[in-house]
Write a protein of this length. Structure first.
Length: 305
C-alpha cells in the first residue's frame, strides 16, 4: 500500500480519494476549500496543512484541479510539489487542462528528475464515486506503467495514450465529441417531443439505433426518462455549463494551434456561453436543452455574442 498525497479534493478528487482509502492506501489531502477538506477527512483522508506537508514522504502525488493555471501554481515555486517532493515520488496530474500547461509541467518535472504523467479521466462524478473512471495516461512508458498500478482502485479502464500530453489530447477530443453529442441529443429530444412521440418510446428507439451516444444514455436532457439525468432535478449540476464551456474551449484552443477548423465545436461553445451569459453557468450542462426548446429566453446581446 502506498502513501498518497492528493491536491484538489473537489467534486472529483473527493470521491476518488475515498476509493483510494478503501483500497488501503494512506491518503494525505490538501485543498484551499475547508469544506472540501473536511468532507475528504470524513471519508478517511488525513488533512495536510499545505502542499509541502501533503507531499512530504509520499510515494505518489495526485493533482485534480480546475485549470492549467492551478496546476502550474501547485507544481511550480518554492511552496510547490517539485520543490518539496522526493525525487522518487511518482507525479500524476488528473486535471483536464490545456496542452501547453501539461507540456510545461512535463518539462519541468523531467528537468527536476521526476517521473510525471498526464492522466485525465472520463466518467464524471458518478464514475469517481463508483470507482469506474476511464484514465487516459500520457508520458514515459515506465512512469505510465507505475501509474497504472496505483490508479486501479479508481478505474474501470486505464488506457496508455502515448508520450507526454497525449492523455490530455485524448480527453480534450473526447469531451469535444461529448458536448457535440449532447447538443444534437437535445435538439432531437425536443423535436421528437413536439412531433408527439412519447419521450420514453423515442429514447428506447434512439438508444438502440444510430442516434445512440453516451450523452443520450446517461444525460438525456428531458425529465423522467434516464435516472441519471440532471433534468430530473431542475438541472442541479453533475457537470456544470461553466466546466463544459471550459473543456470545449480547450478543444477550440488546441484546434487553432493545429490549424484545425471546428465548425460544429465552435457553435456548441457559443451555446454554452449563452447559458453562462444568462446566469446559468452553475447549472448542469444539459440545461443547453432550454436553448433548443425556447424556455430560456436569451437577450439579444447574448444571442449575438
Amino acid at each position: 500500500m502506498a502513501v498518497v498525497a492528493w491536491i484538489g479534493l473537489g467534486n472529483m478528487g473527493g470521491p476518488m480519494t475515498s476509493n483510494m482509502v478503501k483500497a488501503g492506501h494512506a491518503v494525505r489531502g490538501f485543498d484551499l476549500s475547508g469544506q472540501a477538506l473536511a468532507a475528504a477527512v470524513a471519508n478517511g483522508v488525513t488533512a495536510a496543512s499545505s502542499i509541502a506537508d501533503a507531499v512530504r514522504g509520499a510515494d505518489v502525488v495526485f493533482t485534480m484541479l480546475p485549470k492549467g493555471d492551478h496546476v502550474r501554481s501547485v507544481y511550480f515555486g518554492e511552496a510547490g510539489i517539485l520543490a518539496n517532493a522526493a525525487k522518487e515520488t511518482l507525479l500524476i496530474d488528473s486535471s483536464t487542462i490545456d496542452i501547453e500547461s501539461a507540456q510545461a509541467v512535463h518539462d519541468a518535472a523531467a528537468a527536476a528528475g521526476f517521473r510525471f504523467v498526464d492522466a485525465p479521466v472520463s466518467g464524471g462524478m458518478s464514475g469517481a464515486s463508483a470507482g469506474t473512471l476511464t484514465f487516459m495516461i500520457g508520458g514515459e512508458s515506465g512512469a505510465v506503467a507505475d501509474a497504472t498500478a496505483v490508479i486501479e482502485p479508481m478505474a474501470a479502464n486505464i488506457i496508455p495514450t502515448g508520450g507526454a500530453t497525449t492523455g490530455q489530447a485524448a480527453k480534450i477530443c473526447n469531451n469535444l465529441m461529448l458536448f457535440i453529442n449532447l447538443a444534437s441529443t437535445s435538439e432531437g429530444a425536443v423535436l421528437a417531443d413536439r412531433l408527439g412521440l412519447d419521450k420514453q418510446v423515442f429514447w428506447d428507439i434512439a438508444s438502440v439505433s444510430s442516434g445512440d451516444s453516451w450523452a443520450l444514455r446517461t444525460w438525456y436532457p428531458l425529465p423522467g426518462v434516464v435516472p441519471t439525468s440532471a433534468a430530473n432535478h431542475d438541472f442541479a449540476p453533475t457537470f456544470t455549463a461553466e466546466l463544459a464551456n471550459k473543456d470545449i474551449g480547450l478543444a477550440i484552443a488546441a484546434a487553432r494551434s493545429t490549424d484545425t477548423p471546428l465548425e460544429i465545436g465552435e457553435h456548441v461553445q457559443q451555446l454554452f456561453q449563452r447559458l453562462i451569459d444568462q446566469g446559468e453557468g452553475g447549472k448542469d450542462c444539459t440545461k443547453i436543452v432550454t436553448l433548443m426548446d425556447g424556455s430560456l429566453k436569451t437577450t439579444a446581446s447574448a444571442t449575438t455574442a
